[in-house]
Design a protein around this ligand. Structure first.
Ligand code: IDP
Ligand code: MG
Length: 133
């Protein structure tokens, strides 16, 4: 069974919509195989977001991602990597379609509630990074 790394970002927990988002994931037929609350630091974020660490918005992204705990999850299901990217919606708030998590909840690009791995290969790397397995 395919698996992916999903992370509910600090705004999802502060706004109290983590349960609603998890419901959407479960309603789609995916299984929460593991979950834990984590307080992230700059080092793991530099690793996780290495592909954008040189962007001007990166310091703001680190401030946001360290502003409170995240809920790290391993989610399983058929083609779950692609399926979760579709459920999440586009990165940019103005491109995230209504009906998607970001389209329904996010009104800016930085605070966009949820992370999901963008490939099967990266899913395994990220699960190892955050769960060590
Ligand atoms: P993704 O989360 O949809 O995979 P990435 O390009 O991997 O998007 O970017 C990681 C995170 O960095 C985004 O989810 C968002 O929080 C933030 N981010 C990406 N692009 C921008 C931007 O142009 N402005 C502000 N924040 C951004
Ligand atoms: Mg990404």
């Amino acid at each position: 069974m395919e698996r992916t790394y999903i992370m509910l970002k600090p705004d999802a927990l502060k706004r109290g919509v983590a349960g609603e988002i998890i419901s959407r994931i479960e309603r789609k037929g995916y299984k929460i195989a593991d979950a834990k609350m984590m307080q992230l630091g700059e080092a793991i974020l530099k690793e996780h977001y290495a592909h954008i660490a040189d962007k001007p918005f990166f310091p703001e992204l680190v401030d946001y991602m360290t502003s409170g705990p995240v809920l790290a999850m391993i989610v399983e299901g058929p083609d779950v990597v692609q399926g979760m990217r579709i459920l999440m919606g586009a990165t940019k708030w103005e491109e995230a379609a209504p009906g998607t998590i970001r389209g329904d909840y996010a009104n800016c690009t930085t605070e966009n509630l949820i992370h999901g791995s963008d490939s099967v290969e990266n899913a395994e790397i990220e699960i190892k990074r955050f769960f060590g397995k």
